[in-house]
Write a protein that binds this ligand. Structure first.
Ligand code: GLN
Length: 242
């Protein structure tokens, strides 16, 4: 078995450890004997997207986002088709904002998004920064997701959220929602990087991709003691009961 993992704009969208998500996906596949091909895609490295199994888009500065936004608009239709066809997407922070209709950045520029979803993100005064803990709505065990957020943008939508905020800010610091889920597409504000500290989320993405491609319904278990030690350490340090 093999998976093609597209790393979208690694040169422009890579904040707060986002690259670690690619390393994590790749390693967890290889530990199971699944070949993972990492395919970088960027402005000066355009490759066809049709064959992708997993697409990863990290977060970016407003400067980087502006460059990516105008370039990726040319790929709007294929991205939408892939999402509808249940390809796996993990879009973090700037990448998540980009799947929506618009992002009003800190300078007030109205940056068009891919409009795959109809949500808006508006940069408001003061950045939302810190460790974040949520309860996922995907039914994954453990229930918690841990990460680190740092964004000026506030996202508002009625989509299914990825999680309910227990500690931190999430989409906008107001409605307790964090991220969004549609089919196998996940948007989230969780950097950190997200996947190494949340191996259940990493395996969720890998299994979805293998299920779509090969009909697989179960993954071989790995020894995740170290990964969950990191996860639980974050819970210990930042849980509301502390
Ligand atoms: N530039 C965006 C914001 O500040 C996204 C930041 C990020 O990806 N961490 O909201």
């Amino acid at each position: 078995m093999e998976l093609k993992i597209y790393h979208m704009y690694p040169d422009l969208l890579n904040l707060y450890g986002d690259l670690g998500n690619i390393t994590c996906l790749c390693q967890r596949c290889e530990w199971r004997g699944i070949k993972a091909h990492i395919i970088p895609f960027s402005k000066d490295r355009e490759v066809p997207l049709e064959e992708g199994d997993i697409f990863f888009m990290g977060g970016g500065s407003d400067w980087g986002q502006n460059i990516v936004f105008s370039h990726l608009l040319g790929y709007q239709r294929i991205m939408e088709e892939l999402i509808e066809d249940e390809a796996v997407f993990l879009s973090i922070c700037g990448g998540y904002q980009f799947l929506g209709a618009t992002y009003i950045d800190a300078a007030g520029n109205n940056v068009r998004g891919l409009e795959i979803f109809d949500y808006e993100t508006v940069s408001e005064g003061g950045r939302l920064i810190g460790n974040i803990i949520t309860k996922n709505v995907l039914g994954l065990e453990p229930e918690t997701l841990v990460g680190f957020e740092n964004h000026g943008g506030r996202t508002y939508h009625d989509q299914k959220p990825l999680g309910r905020v227990m500690v931190g800010y999430g989409n906008n610091g107001k409605d307790q929602k964090e991220g969004m889920v549609y089919k196998n597409c996940i948007g989230t504000y969780l950097h950190g990087p997200l996947l190494p500290k949340n191996p259940h989320m990493a395996d969720h993405l890998i299994l979805k991709a293998l299920n779509r491609k090969y009909g697989l319904s179960k993954l071989q278990l790995l020894d995740d003691r170290l990964e969950y030690a990191a996860h639980h350490r974050v819970l210990e340090l930042y849980s509301p009961t502390k």
